[in-house]
Design a protein around this ligand. Sequence first.
Ligand SMILES: [Zn+2]
Length: 259
Amino acid sequence: MDDLSNTTLLQPDEPPAFEVVNPDGKSAAFLICDHASNRIPRKLGTLGLSEAERADHIAWDPGAANMARRLSEQLDAPLVLSGYSRLVIDCNRPLDSTQLTAPVSGGVTVPGNSSVSTEDRAARIAELHRPYHDTIEAMLEARGGRPTLLLSIHSFTPELDDGPRPWRIAIAYGSDDRLARLLIPALREDGTVVGDNQPYSVAAWSDYSIPVHGERRGIPHVLVETRQDGIRTPETAAAWADKLADAYRRTEAAALRLG
Ligand SMILES: [Zn+2]
């Protein structure tokens, strides 16, 4: 038998590539969280980054997992969360993206990604990216014709090169804005400043989850980004999740008539 130890990334005692929460949830909502964790496989050490850099938004979407878990509870919706840092492999990048294993992220050089060998890249894909997406695909497939609305839960940093960002929460989409057109006005009803494809939009060259699981399947979808300073604690993340759940409930019936 070949010795595969050089190409195996995760060790048997490490957490799996993804976590499924409430798989039998009854909601039409199906939740995913691509950047839920900043965990790095032991074999890759720290990727050459400081503790502060590994805790920063370049490694994950702070607050997004707490928000997604609360939303799953509130809506009784299935949720799939990625188990490892986007710096190890970004589960929301196409496999041919230069940002899949980003050598530089948010202006920070990632030494552990400066020269990822073909074998190491293949292992990151096979052990992290693929199992996460295969699970989402299998769960969506298993729903058969059951009504489904896909919500991809992210968070964004309050400030970047483009300066301070006014939006508290943002709805992003690509070629299919059907669910966005319903959810954005519902979120704005109480005066909340809601980004409409700002600060990010969705495109097949830069994104993976929405194009593959939403657009290709024809499932109405949105990518939801909440500003990180609003969801720093489990309590504040829960409050934003509740607000989103409320807007979702008010739009669900109309949204299901789209599909
Ligand atoms: Zn994200």
